[in-house]
Design a binder for this molecule. Structure first.
Ligand SMILES: [Cu+2]
Length: 501
């Protein structure tokens, strides 16, 4: 394996990274008071003494709800050949303006953060030519996709600097909110944190038949927690046990933004692209939201929810009906598990007057019939644990990742029962590549109706034993399954399976 490059965007060096990464700039909130802001929006004279007070002073770059929600650009195909859409993406350094007046160096697909959204249609394959213009190995994993092993972005299948790879995506599965991100082994905590993530929205005619909101009323939302250095660059400090925790929530790359909404129904598609933080989402007034989809697409029936827990790498799609709100209402979406003002405010919806005729509907009956799985023909238990004999590492069934070892060889078309046993005090969002599973049982209680659809990631809670049933379709070959707390996955919490004919 190539030596690890320092995980810096443009303009950084290893020494700066080490200093900033491991120093004790305890509270980024102090940033506003000390900053040398180019646009000088910050006035520090009347700053209150506490960091929380500073954060909520108007006009700090960390003040929530100051920026309109950005929507990542939709990638246009460079060509269409025989019904296949061909895209071209450069993986490269870029600069994002996340804090007004500051430049934040990133790694980005097409140099932007979040990466451009790819909109694909079921039955219509796409080819994405990814060119690695970074100085170190990269690759691309389509998370949640039924993708041939060669195109899955296995951690050892990398694109060398200066090279390209054509990822072919069949798009044969039902509509779902997928996402794409770097998966080069050992550095995903750095590369995702520094920006290598984008959304991949696969649609089919069922969305239209059901009358679900479309176009501007169908909104992709990428959540990620970050922290900042005084120069506006991302601050990262490695913590292999806890995983990274930032003190600021970004939605589509903006600090707790606001979104103007009409008095209509919206489909809000949340992706948790954070390294290791889980969110517990709640609308400010406790109004219920209707969950229509999870990782693997539509649920059988919509599920009414007042809070929604979303772990790293999971997706949750909610319908929110703003017709019941008065014009001028400001509705905050909170993360009730946040530990500080900056990690509690996710975003705000500002309801406009007017609204017009609603052309979308809220489904009330069955949206989808989930396929029946074959009876399981094996049962396995995977213990999730910390290993501290040679530095801090994580283990699955007392094993760390070894690319030369296949840990399980299921047969194509079969299914098994996999029991995740988590005696540790961390959440482990366990993810299976290239395939989907169903949640069968949780020791902490019944399986929530919203968790009964197709899944590719399950947040296994501290002390919990969760049983899932993967279905090993539709491709043979070598894949991985791992913890999606990125610091855990990088530090060996990953095993390999090979699906055999
Ligand atoms: Cu983990």
């Amino acid at each position: 394996m190539a030596p690890m490059e320092p995980p810096m965007g443009a303009g950084g060096n290893r020494r700066d990274f080490m200093r900033n990464g491991f120093g004790s700039f305890a509270l980024v909130c102090t940033f506003a008071a000390q900053s040398s802001l180019r646009g000088s929006e910050v006035t520090k004279s009347s700053a209150p003494a506490t960091s929380a007070g500073r954060r909520f002073q108007a006009a700090s770059p960390f003040t929530p709800f100051q920026r309109d929600l950005p929507i990542p650009p939709v990638l246009a195909p460079v060509s269409t050949r025989n019904g296949v859409d061909v895209y071209s993406v450069d993986i490269k350094d870029g600069i994002a303006e996340i804090l007004p007046g500051f430049e934040t160096p990133i790694y980005g697909y097409e140099g932007v953060y979040p990466g451009p959204t790819i909109r694909a249609v079921k039955g219509r394959p796409s080819v994405v030519r990814q060119t690695n213009k970074l100085g170190f190995d990269s690759n691309v994993h389509l998370h949640g996709g039924y993708v041939p092993a060669k195109h899955d972005g296995h951690p050892m299948d990398v694109i060398l600097p200066g090279k390209s790879f054509d990822y072919t995506y069949p798009n044969e599965q039902d509509a779902a909110m997928l996402w794409y991100h770097d998966h080069a082994h050992g550095r995903t905590a750095h590369t995702l944190y520094y920006g290598l993530a984008g959304m991949y929205l696969l649609s089919d005619e069922r969305d239209v038949e059901l009358g679900l909101p479309q176009d501007e009323y169908d909104v992709p939302l990428m959540l990620a927690d970050h922290a900042f250095n005084k120069d506006g660059s991302f601050r990262y400090a490695e913590n292999v046990d806890l995983g990274f925790r930032g003190d600021t929530i970004l939605v589509n790359g903006a600090v707790s933004p606001r979104m103007t909404v009409q008095r209509r129904i919206y489909r809000l598609r949340f992706l948790n692209a954070s390294n290791a933080r889980s969110y517990n989402l709640k609308l400010g007034n406790g109004r219920t939201m209707l969950q229509v989809a999870s990782d693997g697409g539509l649920l059988e029936k919509p599920v009414s929810r007042s809070t929604v827990l979303i772990h790293p790498a999971e997706r949750v799609e909610l319908l929110v009906d703003f017709r019941g709100f008065r014009p001028g209402s400001e509705i905050v979406l909170q993360n009730i598990d946040g530990e500080s003002p900056g990690t509690k405010s996710v975003m705000r919806f500002d309801v406009e007057s007017g609204g017009g005729a609603e052309e979308f509907v809220i489904p009330t009956g069955r949206m989808r019939t989930l396929e029946k799985l074959p009876a399981p023909n094996a049962s396995r238990r995977w213990d999730l644990g910390l290993f501290t004999q040679s530095g801090v590492q994580w283990r699955i069934a007392e094993r760390g990742f070894n690319p030369d070892r296949i840990d399980v060889r299921p047969r194509l078309g079969s299914s098994e029962l996999w029991q995740w046993h988590n005696p540790s005090n961390r959440v482990h969002p366990m993810h299976l590549h290239g395939m989907l599973f169903r949640i069968v049982e949780r020791s902490t209680g019944v399986v929530h109706p919203a968790d009964r659809g197709w899944k590719d990631t399950i947040g296994v809670l501290p002390g919990e034993t969760a049983t899932v049933q993967p279905w090993f379709i539709p491709h043979t070959g070598r894949y991985v399954f791992h913890c999606h707390a990125l610091e855990h996955g990088d530090k060996a919490m990953m095993l390999q399976l090979e699906v055999e004919k």
